[in-house]
Every structure is written in structure tokens, then in C-alpha cells.
Design a protein around this ligand. Sequence first.
Ligand SMILES: [Zn+2]
Length: 388
Amino acid sequence: MKCDLLICGGEVVDSSQGLRGVRDIAVIDGRIAHAPDLMETVEAKCMIDARGLFVVPGLIDLHVHVYPHSTWGLDPDSIAAANGVTTFLDTGSAGSYSFDEFRRETIDGSRSRVFALVNLSCTGLLTGNLGELRDRRYADVEGVKRVIRKHPDVAIGVKIRASDYIIGTGEDGWANLRDAIRAARESETWLMVHIGFCPMSIPELVSELAPGDCITHCFRGDSTPIVGADGRVYEAVREAQERGIHFDVGHGMGSFCWEIAESALEQGFEPTTISTDLHQWCINGPVYDMPTTMSKFLQLGMPLEKVIELTTIRPAEILDQQEELGTLREGTIADITLLEPCEGRFRLTDSLGQHRTADTLLRAAATIRGGELLPGGGSLAGRHLADA
Ligand SMILES: [Zn+2]
């Protein structure tokens, strides 16, 4: 067999196929080739020694800010390798006034795969402090629908940050939320709602949502968390998840609390997806990157296969890309991440400055997008990379 890239001896973990075990992965023309047989001689243009590493589908981060023209935004290509992320979902950095430029400059101008949610506010997230929907005139349902019609391949849904200092209190808050829901329904897409300091209760909020919609920041602790005063996950939240509403982590600088995550998981409530909410103000901690966020879930006792599932095939399904992404099935796009489990004592910090000490930290050793090894990133630079 002749191939472009051969990843040898790594422990493959592919939740989409229920697969875990040591095997080689071959890539031909940017796609996953059939797994070489033990006895088969393989001629590879490039070979990666993956012994001691986990080989997983290219990670998909379902909550990031990668529109560099907003004050939150990071450049997706600059952060891809260190994150092990091949596909990003930008969650509402751009609104109807800025989306064309976002598409032209960032989405089309990047080699990373970037999908996006359109902010209900026509301004998007230009700044962090003004509250993009405090003025009701900024709620642009028709603009969101127009953007999604114009960019259906990348603009796949709607975003609202449902905090009182952003959407207003009382009737204003509700009117903005209902506009966001209407924009999602009328564009036949789905809505992601950021929670925290919500002007309505969580049970009231989830009762308005439909299957396919998503709550992000599901493990935040300081205000309007998914647990009630008795510390139990709201029955309404469990029912919502059973109805098909997704609960995304979206760690960020304010939205991941150890106690809430520990308690929710102990009560059998599992998030749908693990994401970073990576942006300018959390990339230097407490989030850092996707593998660090994944390590927090290992620390919480979640099995590795589940952590991989929640960062690969599950977000791929939400993006409706599961036929091509989030999997190492033969014939699919060769997006592959090599994760190195580093052993030691690592301090993992939540958004409230609380720590846990972990003995394993995942690091992105190599990131391969469409069969190409990305420059930069984790520790593989110091490993043996041989051209055949
Ligand atoms: Zn965010």
C-alpha cells in the first residue's frame, strides 16, 4: 500500500465507531484510507511515530470566538494546532452588519474549518461591556434570516447572550429572547442561548426552546445555573435534554464551576458537548486550550472515550457534518488529532479561580487537517518525524 501519511503505533480512540486500540492510520489524498493489515508493506511519504499518544478524530470546538475584528476574537489558524482543533464554531461574534466581512476575511481566509452562529444583535460582539441588545432596535431578526439565506454553508444558526446586562430585564429581556427564537425558527436553524444572570429562570427559559436548540455555559456557577437552590439539576433541564435540547460546556472566563460540574455529573447529568468558549480574555487562563478543557473532564471522572465523543462526533452531529468530520471512518476527511497524555501534577483552574490537582494533562501533540500536518502546537515538534 502507498499512502501520503502514516500514523504508526498510536492508541486510536474513535467514539463514532466505538473503537479503542493500537492501530495504524493511513491517509491518501486528504482522506482516511483503509487500515493497513499487519503483514502489509506500507510506503508512506510521511510517517508519524504515535507510540504513547492517543489518535483521535480532529477535535471540534463548538464554542469559540474567532472573528479577529471583534475585541474577543482570536485568529483560528493561529490557535488550531495548539488546540488540536480542526473545526471551530464561532458563536455569534458577528451579526447581520458584520457577517459578510467575517465570511470574506476570516471564514474564507482561514484554512481551519469555521462555521458560525449569527448574533441576534446586528452589531455582533463588537465589545464586551456595552450589552449588544440593550437597545431593542439592534435585535435584527430579518437581518439574521438574510445572512443565513446568503451563507447557508457556514451560517448554521443563531446566538443570543441571555444575560440581563446584555438583553435587558423584564419585558425587554423576554422580547429579545423571543426574537432570537423566531430568527432560528424562521431560518429553519437552531438557537444557542448563553446563560448566566438571565432575566428569566432556567426552567422558564428551557421551556421556550425546541429540540436542536442549545444552552451553552451549562456548568456556570455564579448566577442562574442549571441547578436549583437545593443543589439538584432542575427537572425541567433533564426533561429539556430528553426532548433533544443540547447542553454545551462553553468554559470561558466566567462559565465553568468545579462544584456545579461535579454535582451535575454525580447526579447523572452529562453535557452534550465539551467546548472552550476560547477568546482573547481566557486563552492565557483559565481555559488555555481544548486539551486542557478535556483534561478537566478526565479529572471529573469522565472516561476518555466519552470525552472524545463529546469533542468529536457529537459536535459533528450538531453541525450536521457527521458523515465527514468527527470520525476516523475510512473515506472521511483526514482531520486527525494526536493527544499526548502528560503525567505529573497539574493545577486545573475553573472560572471562579478554584483549583483541582490532576495527574494527567492532555496536550495536542500534532494536528492534521485534511491530511496536512499543521505547523506549531504541542510537543510533537520534539519527536521523531521521518520522511520515508
Ligand atoms: Zn462565548
